[in-house]
Design a protein around this ligand. Structure first.
Ligand SMILES: [Zn+2]
Length: 117
């Protein structure tokens, strides 16, 4: 399977978000909304970098949780996702029942040294 089109979309989105981030940072003083937007952008950039690493290492279509195929239809709909629909639903169910202490699910992360991204 050739992911070059998806890769191009991801890189374009990465560059767009980086430009927005730099624009925000250029003002120097960030209010609460700017900071929230910046956090959101940073999280998204991290997700995109991870997707790009997965493409480059040939594991793009493999669910990070169960190792099964994510399916190309799902990847085309959400090009930076890393889990199959079954695992995603399980994780979302866990978050919604986890209570206030847990704000976000943090997946096991691919170490930076393994990839060029
Ligand atoms: Zn899975």
């Amino acid at each position: 399977m050739d992911y070059q089109n998806i890769r191009k979309q991801l890189v374009a989105e990465y560059n767009r978000l980086t430009a927005v981030k730099e624009h925000l940072l250029a003002f120097g003083r960030l209010d609460t909304n700017d900071q929230a937007q910046l956090d959101h952008i940073e999280a998204k950039l991290q997700t995109i970098r991870r997707a790009l690493r997965r493409i480059d290492s040939g594991t793009y279509e493999i669910c990070e949780v169960c190792g099964q195929s994510i399916g190309i239809a799902r990847l085309e709909a959400a090009n930076d996702c890393c889990r199959c629909i079954a695992c995603e639903s399980r994780i979302n169910a866990r978050i919604s029942t986890a209570g206030r202490g847990i704000r976000a699910y943090r997946p096991a992360f691919v170490s930076e040294s393994q990839a060029s991204w």
